[in-house]
Ligand binder design. Structure first.
Ligand code: NAD
Ligand code: MG
Length: 383
């Protein structure tokens, strides 16, 4: 029985994680559930899983959650500090970070400092402060097990291999809903079009990131920190079927790929169960359903975000933090119909040029950079 905390329990990853827990009675005990605003779903999850602690981010909804759970032994907390407290609760062994965005940074740090292993879905945290997070994890002897399907794939390929054996990795990308489209087409796409991902059903932010290829850019940076790679060792290859989840290539030229039907429950379950593999009834891959798997070069001229992310990675310091904060603002603005699809990259690039560069940032530098970038990006968006 593994004691787990799920931060962001009401989201796409969070609800799928709870489905995995429910399908495996006796394996996991959920001690913590958190959500930002969906009190109704959080309450029903709490009544099903009976955790020790529930955290609602939005303090206005505290009374509602508190009242609904008053007949139980569940402690109800609210706000950002409570998130950190819940993530570092004594009996918790593993924290699944399924929050979206850089707000995941502080609770993730709290969990690592309390010695909890991390099942990491919240990629933004590694993008913003990968240097700090990986150093802290080493110091506190904490495992970071990726949930992102590409990184889970590489992690699985590297089991039993030394890091020094890796020549490079290939992250596969579906290409999203706008694969093959040109800039003229992209200038007029709507959020409804962008929210239709061909292979995955996910939260709104990551779905827009997938359409703009920023998701792959963030994943390149995520891969750097998870697997201790240089930018030149990370390549992106478009693979529309999303069957090969990613590939590790070794010094001798040999390659290992991890495959399966696109189903996030698989990498979620792998991260929860690690280092074990547990039987599942998930749909098995059938070769005859896919007579062809295809691969293409990413269109970096049309989708500029990928190059912007590589350049942030090469520059280092607080540049990935800048790109992430700017991206969170523009995705939100696009979802509010404030800016067009192509403007997202323009605003991000301007933030990268204008926000002060810091070569060796500490936590406070990251938090300040995040804040400054959001203010500046919001000004650009509302202009
Ligand atoms: P989502 O929007 O569906 O869910 C986000 C969760 O975070 C919700 O429970 C929400 O209440 C909580 N949350 C939102 N804002 C918060 C705040 N300010 N403070 C505290 N909690 C907050 O998102 P998702 O698609 O589940 O993605 C979660 C993370 O996992 C993201 O970092 C995403 O990039 C990553 N990821 C998701 C998928 C996927 O299939 N959905 C795949 C790979 C990686
Ligand atoms: Mg991914």
């Amino acid at each position: 029985m593994k004691n787990i905390a799920i931060l962001g329990a009401t989201g796409s990853v969070g609800t799928q994680a709870l489905a995995v827990v429910q399908a495996n009675p006796g394996l996991y005990k959920v001690l913590v559930l958190t959500a930002q605003s969906n009190a109704t779903l959080l309450i029903s999850q709490a009544l099903t899983f009976l955790p020790d602690v529930v955290v609602i981010g939005d303090e206005n909804q505290y009374q509602e959650v508190k009242a609904a759970l008053s007949g139980t032994a569940i402690r109800v907390l609210a706000g950002e500090e409570a998130l950190c407290e819940a993530a570092s609760l004594d009996q918790v062994e593993l924290v699944l970070t399924a929050i979206v965005g850089a707000v995941g940074l502080r609770p993730t740090i709290a969990a690592i400092e309390a010695g909890k292993d991390i099942a990491l879905a919240n990629k933004e945290t590694l993008v913003v402060a990968g240097d700090l997070i990986t150093r802290l994890a080493k110091k506190h002897n904490v495992n970071i097990i990726p949930v992102d399907s590409e990184h889970s794939a590489i992690f699985q390929c590297l089991v039993g291999e030394g890091n020094e054996s890796v020549e490079k990795v290939y992250l596969t990308a579906s290409g999203g809903p706008f694969r093959g489209k040109d800039r003229e087409f992209l200038a007029n796409v709507t959020k409804a079009q962008a929210l239709k991902h061909p292979n995955w059903v996910m939260g709104a932010k990551i779905t827009i990131d997938s359409a703009s290829l920023m998701n792959k850019g963030l994943e390149v940076i995520e891969a750097k920190w998870l697997f201790d790679l240089e930018a030149d060792q990370i390549d992106v290859i478009v693979h529309p079927q999303s069957i090969i989840h990613s590939i590790a290539q070794f010094k001798d030229g040999s390659m290992k790929a991890q495959m399966g039907v696109p189903d996030m429950r698989l990498p979620i379950h792998y991260a929860l169960a690690y280092p074990h593999r547990i039987s599942t009834d998930f749909t098995r891959f059938n070769f005859l359903d896919y007579p062809e798997l295809s691969f293409y070069k990413a269109d970096n001229d049309t989708f500029r975000n990928l190059d912007l992310a590589y350049s942030a990675l090469r520059k280092g310091g607080n540049m990935p933090c800048i790109i992430n904060a700017a991206n969170e603002v523009v995705v939100n603005a696009f979802l509010q119909d404030q800016i067009g699809f192509l403007q997202m990259s323009d605003v991000i690039e301007q933030c990268m040029q204008e926000i002060g560069f810091i070569e060796q940032p500490g936590l406070n530098n990251y938090l300040e950079t995040d804040q400054h970038t959001r203010i500046f990006a919001n000004q650009l968006v509302t202009k």
